[in-house]
Write a protein that binds this ligand. Structure first.
Ligand SMILES: *Cc1c(COP(=O)(O)O)cnc(C)c1O
Length: 404
């Protein structure tokens, strides 16, 4: 280990609040599909900045947008409009079914905005209804309200008391959803493909019925597209696969290409916040706005949603070719949001072994591996990923699996 790295890691342990089991490396530089640590070791990135680095690492379009905007205006305060804020809002209304956009910095904040808007709507039009139905196994963020919205069993009693007003029902179970709606319900919120939960997609029939249910009861439908939006699933937005429009949609991760940017989008009739209801020092922050414009332009210019669809299919095929050898199961995904299950709970060991071999992957739980590379990934890089993954699987899995 180099002296500089040893010192950095020592300082890290001494000064960085412990919140995650991080490996003993320090990331230093990125370009395209690759990221380098301080020792100059290169990693092929199939975590993709946690699905945020949609254009790959340090893309020219984002660098240029940041440089240009930094020279023009870094902040005007949220009290005033700024040019890129207006331009990005207009662009997003053009490429979605929505009319109005609120900007924030993280996905959690975008979801907080959606929760607030749904409660505001319930207060104004549904006799004060303020409960939101969300799904078991869902993930909506790490603020207190979005943790309460999240359907993780492990979080049930964490940081008690929970924010009240959330009920959880299983994905793709319309009867469970229907029977949990009552006079206190103001909205249903879900991910179209559960990301952190291990890549599980909503079924077409289920969504049709959810939309109908919301219309009948007069309650709002909210799609959390923080992970699925901006080309990730093979269309610009996952709702376009289904042809179903929610009343509110949230975006994050990919829209910022790695820069902190999120958004809540809604239709004109839900433009009901009063001044002071929602805001934030960095809402519509010019640097973030200019990055958002650059990302939207590049995703469209390079047709990255089509690339996500093609490379997603190619990855699934490649995984199917090694499936038998390693007893992988449930190879699944939409576009470049993919996962598969392992025959043994060795997710952590596999992630470590791949890291050592120069490949970044994610294991959302001990027997599931998730892949979410930048949308610019090519077949060659997928082949390379499969090679490293195969070698690591051979090392990490117990012999009973390797011999078959
Ligand atoms: C990541 C994620 C969030 C939270 O976004 P942050 O930027 O981490 O606050 C919310 N919902 C979904 C579906 C996500 O994938």
């Amino acid at each position: 280990m180099g002296l500089e790295k040893a010192e950095l890691l020592k300082d890290a342990v001494n000064s960085v609040l412990f919140t995650a089991d991080r490996p003993d490396i320090v990331m230093d530089r990125g370009e395209g599909m690759y990221i380098w640590d301080t020792e100059g070791k290169r990693y092929l990135d199939f975590v993709g900045g946690w699905a945020a680095a949609s254009l790959g690492h340090s893309p020219d379009a984002v660098k240029q947008a940041l440089n240009k905007q930094a020279s023009a205006l870094i902040t005007a305060s949220p009290a005033y409009y700024n040019r890129p804020m207006i331009e990005l809002a207009k662009r997003l209304t053009e490429i979605t079914c929505y009319d109005k956009v609120f900007f924030a910095s993280s996905g959690s904040e975008a979801n907080e905005s959606a929760i607030k808007l749904a409660r505001k709507y319930g207060a104004a039009f549904l006799n004060g209804a303020n409960e939101i139905i969300t799904l078991t196994n869902s993930f909506h963020g790490r603020t207190l309200a979005t943790m309460s919205a999240t359907g993780k069993e492990k979080w049930k009693d964490l940081f008690a008391p929970r924010v009240p007003g959330f009920k959880h029902v299983p994905l793709n179970d319309i009867l469970a959803c229907e029977s949990s709606i009552d006079h206190k319900t103001c909205a249903i919120m879900l991910e179209l493909v559960q990301g952190e939960g291990g890549v599980h997609a909503a079924e077409q029939d289920y969504l049709n019925q959810l939309r109908q249910l919301c219309d009948e009861k007069g309650i709002l439908l909210i799609f959390d597209e923080i992970q699925t939006g901006m080309g990730r699933t093979g269309k610009m937005f996952a709702y376009q696969h289904y042809g179903i429009e929610a009343d509110i949609m949230t975006l994050g991760k990919g829209i910022g290409g790695g820069f902190p940017l999120s958004a809540m989008l809604t239709k004109d009739k839900y433009n009901i916040f009063d001044p002071g209801d929602q805001g934030g020092t960095y809402s519509g922050q010019p640097l973030a706005m200019s990055v958002g414009q650059a990302v939207v332009n590049e995703v469209i210019r390079l047709d990255l949603s089509t690339n996500a669809r093609i490379q997603g299919l190619y990855s699934i095929q490649a995984l199917e070719q090694i499936q038998g050898k390693f007893q992988l199961s449930h190879i699944r995904g939409k576009g470049l949001l993919m996962a598969f299950d392992l025959p043994q709970p060795v997710g952590k060991e596999l992630v470590q072994d791949c890291l050592h071999e120069g490949l970044l992957i994610n294991a959302p739980n001990p027997d599931t591996v998730r892949l979410m590379p930048p949308l610019i990934v090519t077949g060659q890089e997928i082949d390379q990923m499969i090679q490293i993954l195969s070698r690591s699987l051979a090392r990490v899995l117990q012999p009973s699996v390797n011999e078959t």
